[in-house]
Ligand binder design. Structure first.
Ligand code: DGY
Length: 322
């Protein structure tokens, strides 16, 4: 029997990077991308020392209950609401995530969604492909301006700040709300003003969500907040689905309370609320904000380093989530 630690990887990603794990560990990589049920996760974790897991893998107390050897979980993602960190900590299992390496790519994508949403890019494309363009029309697909408008950012961590810095080129006023105010030099660098939540809702022409999902931020944007938003505003969510009450959002869109939404994440994804799917004025993407080739490679490389370090086999390159 091998004395090397055992590692399980729940998705077959970038084989050349995962190969680094083989220098130190006996590695089992799942052959297919598929949702892993609690039973599958329990079985996969039972006899391993560490695991590289992804956003859809829900690692909680029940899943790790029989995992007597398990010492480390490396999450490939900056968000880690899929991990029950308290349960992992109580069991003495190190949890790590992949901050920093995806900040700029995710901020780029927030802008892609913002522009597509405000200027009705995907709606116009669908309409054209349906063969409905018969003549150039002056009032066709009128959207909302981005330049010169007010950008609101809820959650001003690394990604929020990177989104704010990009607003300069569009001559926008940037407001933000965060549980703690940024240092004055960081505010200056982002050209962003801290405001109360209500002011953010009332004044933003485009509101971008960039905060982590937790019990405290669950449904931070619900019916009450949507009702306070500036009429005709757009909402963009590149953070986590649970931050928005999707049913309330569908209501607000149907009632014309807000003009449009750009969503990369959903409550209960990969399922998408049927009323959001039916909305013409919603841009929908499948949780791909960090999905550039370079960034996804960097995320896996960092997770591999984190797992290697957490299992005591290499230099510590990442930071524990717990
Ligand atoms: C993250 O890292 O949290 C993204 O949502 C998934 O790549």
């Amino acid at each position: 029997m091998s004395a090397r630690p055992r590692v399980w990887v729940t998705q077959p990603v970038f084989g050349d990077i995962l190969a680094r794990l083989e220098r130190h560990f006996d590695v089992c990589v799942e052959a297919e991308v598929a949702p892993r049920s609690a039973d599958e996760l329990r079985a996969g974790l039972r006899d391993v020392d560490g695991a590289l897991v992804f956003i859809p893998d829900r690692i909680d107390a029940a899943v790790i209950a029989g995992a007597k050897r398990l010492r480390a979980i490396a999450n490939v993602g900056v968000g880690y609401d899929n991990l029950d960190v308290a349960a992992l900590t109580a069991a003495g299992i190190v949890a790590t995530n992949t901050p920093d390496v995806l900040t700029e790519t995710t901020a780029d994508f927030a802008w892609a969604l913002l522009l597509a949403t405000a200027r009705r890019v995907t709606e116009a494309e669908r309409w054209l492909r349906e063969g409905r363009w018969t003549t150039w029309s002056f009032e066709l697909m009128l959207g909302r301006d981005v330049h010169g408008s007010t950008l609101g950012i809820l959650g001003m961590g690394r990604i929020g700040q990177a989104i704010a810095r990009r607003a300069r080129g569009f001559g926008m006023r940037v407001l933000y709300h965060n549980r703690s105010r940024l240092a004055p030099d960081v505010e200056r660098d982002c050209a962003a003003a801290h405001v109360a939540m209500n002011e953010l809702l009332v004044h933003s022409d485009h509101l971008v969500l960039a905060l982590p999902h937790s019990a405290q931020t669950h449904h931070a944007i619900g019916a009450t907040e949507l009702a306070r938003m500036k009429p005709g505003a757009t909402l963009v969510n590149i953070a986590r689905g649970g931050i928005v009450d999707d049913a309330a959002l569908a209501d607000a869109l149907a009632a014309g309370r807000i003009a449009a939404a750009g969503l990369d994440v959903y409550e209960g994804e990969p399922a998408v609320h049927p009323r959001l799917l039916a909305c013409r004025n919603v841009v929908l993407t499948p949780h791909i904000a960090s999905a550039s080739e370079a960034t996804r490679r960097a995320m896996v490389a960092l997770a591999v380093d984190n797992l290697t370090a957490a299992l005591g086999a290499g230099p510590h390159a990442g930071r524990p989530a717990n």
